[in-house]
Design a protein around this ligand. Structure first.
Ligand SMILES: [Zn+2]
Length: 126
């Protein structure tokens, strides 16, 4: 006895060919359309988060270098997991960059802080 299969889109029971996954072309294209849209949403979410991170780093780094308490940025939507590239100093510190604005997490007196910098041409060689 074969187990009952269901349409992946509308979940109605399927009959006919064993390899059938959808009841018709309509369900098939609806399913793939949603799947693609989900993929694009992730792309857009990352793009938006990078934009937000860059905006915040820029706002708090008007002088080219600054130190700011992590919680201030986090409270405004900064997400340190989202960055575009990194720069490792000779001392081994890893600055994460969101385009031209970089940050380094540091613990100062038990408080998490970000040291903010801007991208410099010499960093490309490191
Ligand atoms: Zn269906």
């Amino acid at each position: 006895m074969e187990s009952q299969r269901f349409c992946r889109e509308c979940e109605r029971p399927l009959s006919g060919r064993r390899d059938k996954k959808f009841c018709n072309e309509y369900c098939k294209s609806a399913f793939h359309y949603k799947k693609n849209r989900k993929g694009n949403n992730f792309y857009l979410q990352v793009a938006q988060q990078l934009k937000m991170n860059r905006k915040l780093l820029k706002a708090y780094n008007k002088a080219g270098k600054a130190t700011v308490r992590a919680e201030i940025l986090l409270a405004q939507g900064f997400q340190p997991k989202f960055f575009t590239h990194y720069w490792k100093t000779r001392a081994g510190d890893v600055y994460l960059f969101v385009y031209e604005y970089g940050f380094l997490s540091r613990l100062e007196n038990g408080k998490k802080k970000y040291v903010l910098v801007t991208w410099q041409p010499y960093m490309e060689k490191a």
